[in-house]
Design a protein around this ligand. Structure first.
Ligand code: FE2
Ligand code: FE2
Length: 319
């Protein structure tokens, strides 16, 4: 069993406590119902959409971080980044398995949503955006710009991780244990590695002003893509026949706000408000979550426990 210390080494730019642990998890989707939160089809579809959003984005994080590793001059941060890559690759594979073995098995059409994400990350945000070769002097700028996008997204995934770890309403109504474990294992690792993207962005020269406007672009884009993809899932459910949800129409946003009162989804305004700390000049990702809470879940997660028993190390914090 690996043991890490909470003590931060002041000689490093890293703010990650101890060493991150990649956990090689597997999920058995054979018994997970489409309405995995009983009585909550809207919330079930809405959260299922993250399975489509995440894999292309997280594999893009991995490619970009591998590309910037040679620029990292801090040994602890380089180690954080390498372990972050392994965690994110596992997240992408786990959500990919949910698409292939769960959503498709229930007859859900997923290609429309995954194609949008593939275009975004493999074309628009590629090293050569939309196939354009950038002049040499812009290559580093383009890298740092995209690192800022990742830092903004990682703030969102951290606060959503907190939400998944804290939300007991799902347990009260008997939500599917496998999907809950997927959300909480992923959410806990997002909390665990919450400082890495911001440390890397600032280490490579990312500044406050660019962080500000990048967040103004990234947050509405992520929420808009989420709602757009969720609408496509809702429109396949006969219970929403006649609604024809579209992201640019108010109906799905109003419905989201209404459904969130049941406690199975964050309210859209709450989600927007949770992004505000990232806009502060004094933003500190360490303060956005609790590593102890994340590790407490990871040490009891069925998937992480199975990974640990098959040779992956569990983690204990000592102070
Ligand atoms: Fe992730
Ligand atoms: Fe992450």
């Amino acid at each position: 069993m690996a043991v890490v210390s909470l003590l931060k080494n002041d000689s490093t730019v890293s703010h990650t406590q101890g060493r991150l642990v990649p956990r090689k998890v597997r999920f058995d989707w054979s018994k997970t119902p489409l309405e995995w939160i009983p009585g909550q089809p809207f919330a079930s579809h809405f959260i299922n959409e993250i399975n489509m959003i995440l894999p292309a984005g997280e594999f893009w994080f991995c490619r970009l971080y591998n590309k910037v590793l040679p620029y990292v001059t801090d040994d602890k941060l380089r180690d954080d980044v390498q372990l972050f890559i392994r965690q994110e690759a596992m997240h992408a594979r786990a959500h990919g398995s949910a698409i292939a073995e769960y959503l498709k098995a229930h007859g859900i059409e997923t290609e429309r949503n995954t194609k949008i994400m593939d275009w975004l990350f493999e074309s628009l945000l590629a090293d050569q955006p939309l196939g354009m070769k950038l002049p040499k002097f812009l290559e580093k700028e383009w890298l740092v710009f995209r690192l800022g996008i990742i830092a903004a997204v990682e703030h969102m995934t951290c606060v959503l991780g907190n939400y998944a770890l804290d939300n007991r309403n799902w347990d009260k109504v008997g939500a599917d244990a496998t999907l809950l474990d997927l959300l909480r294992w992923h959410g806990a690792e997002e909390v665990e590695h919450r400082s890495v993207a911001f440390d890397l962005y600032t280490h490579l020269g990312g500044g406050y002003l660019s962080r500000y406007y990048l967040s103004c672009i990234t947050v509405p884009l992520v929420i808009g893509l989420w709602v757009d993809g969720a609408a496509h899932l809702m429109n396949q459910d006969p219970r929403y026949a006649g609604e024809n949800f579209k992201a640019w129409k108010p109906a799905i946003w109003l419905r989201w706000a209404k459904e969130s009162k049941g406690g199975h989804l964050p309210h859209p305004l709450a989600l927007a408000t949770w992004q505000l700390p990232f806009f502060s000049p004094w933003y500190d990702p360490v303060k956005e979550g609790s590593t102890e809470k994340a590790l407490a879940y990871l040490n009891t997660s069925p998937a992480a426990a199975a990974a640990a028993s098959s040779g992956q190390s569990a983690l204990t914090l000592v102070k």
